[in-house]
Write a protein that binds this ligand. Structure first.
Ligand code: NAD
Length: 326
């Protein structure tokens, strides 16, 4: 069901921090415009609607029913993603849903089935893989140009103040979800993993601010994840966000540190240009490549389900102190 009209209208459900990056992305996307938003808190809704120059819908039902809205971005907290995704799909709207997509594998399965039943696109907000460096790595791996893949690393060390972290689940769900879909996209799924977590800098919040995972992949390679809100990495060539794939015939690197602006970026101490850039690319891929040209998302709800299985396996490994098979 490709969209042929001149301008694709977008509606935001949720106008928190991440909506700022999505609004900038829609603005840059050719043939798209932000029609309006709904946010639970009216003060925030009024402020953001004025900032983005769009309508402030009174209810999410009114937003999804508006013919000017062709696609809905679900940008609320994790626990409400299923509710608003189902609401939009029922109204016949395509959906981009932020990560982590659902609280359980079952929730993501429901979104996938509801989208398939209506022949609509429901794309997970797996923004990192829409970077050209990621796509090039995937192409090299697929073509066999890196030889036999031996190892993959996804590292994340970005300090988050406690008051910001409190709005999110711990880093296992909030950040290792990114790591999981990145690994799936680049080199494929793990067959077993073990994980550990710690809480090192919060005074009151009891969720973890650092977690690490070791994995054996289906292709025989080993992989490692680190996700930390506990501290920035200030050393030379820092592992702020670093992705490495190493093979017997070559290797690749993706780093947030390739482009840094010395000003605070939302909740980060500096602006990593790739953060906005990955969302700009993701939104363009969704609106132009998927909705206009009929392409499949580069990472699907099936991938979101596998990513969620990896997260739940990491949680089981942490709980039981064991290696978990997937
Ligand atoms: N892709 C990325 O890199 C990235 C980065 C940050 C956040 N996110 C995701 O984006 C989503 C929003 O995060 P954020 O940083 O904007 O958080 P935020 O706290 O700034 O905003 C949360 C939003 O959810 C709404 N909300 C909270 N509880 C609600 C409820 N019960 N019913 C309706 N609305 C409710 C709030 O009104 C607000 O609009 C989360 O799923 C988060 O994981 C993704």
């Amino acid at each position: 069901m490709a969209i042929t009209k001149d301008t694709i209208g977008v509606g935001f459900v949720g106008a928190g921090d991440i909506s700022v990056l999505h609004a900038a992305a829609v603005k840059k996307c050719p043939g798209a415009r932000l029609a309006g938003l709904w946010n639970r808190n009216q003060e925030r809704a009024t402020q953001r609607a004025a900032e983005f120059g769009c309508k402030n819908f009174k209810t999410p039902e009114e937003l999804v029913a508006d013919p000017a809205v062709d696609a809905v971005f679900v940008l609320t907290n994790l626990e409400t993603h299923l509710e608003y995704t189902e609401l939009a799909l029922k109204a016949g709207k395509h959906v981009l849903v932020e990560k982590p997509v659902g609280v359980t594998v079952g929730e993501i399965g429901r979104m996938r089935d509801a989208a398939a039943a209506k022949n609509l696109v429901c794309m997970p907000g797996h923004n990192y893989i829409y970077e050209s460096g990621m796509m090039r790595t995937r192409e090299l791996v697929e073509n066999g140009d890196l030889g036999k893949i031996t190892s993959a690393y996804v590292m994340y060390n970005i300090h988050h103040p406690e008051e910001v972290a409190k709005r999110y689940p711990g880093v296992v769900r909030q950040i290792l979800t990114h790591h999981s879909y990145i690994l799936l996209y680049l080199v494929g799924r793990p067959v077993e993993l073990c994980a550990m977590k710690a809480t090192l800098h919060y005074q009151e919040y009891t969720e973890e601010d650092i977690a690490m995972v070791q994995m054996r992949l289906a292709n025989g390679a080993l992989a490692h994840f680190c996700a930390s809100f506990a501290a920035d990495d200030h050393a030379a060539d820092p592992w702020t966000v670093m992705v490495k794939v190493i093979g017997t015939a070559g290797s690749t690197r993706y780093s947030y540190r390739d482009h840094v602006e010395i000003k605070p970026g939302l909740v980060h101490s500096q602006t990593y240009t790739a953060y906005q850039g990955s969302i700009t690319n993701e939104v363009r891929y969704f609106l132009v490549d998927c909705l206009r040209m009929g392409q499949k998302p580069l990472s699907t709800l099936d991938d979101a389900i596998t990513a969620q299985q990896m997260i739940e396996a990491a949680e089981a490994s942490i709980r039981d102190g064991k290696v978990v098979k997937l």
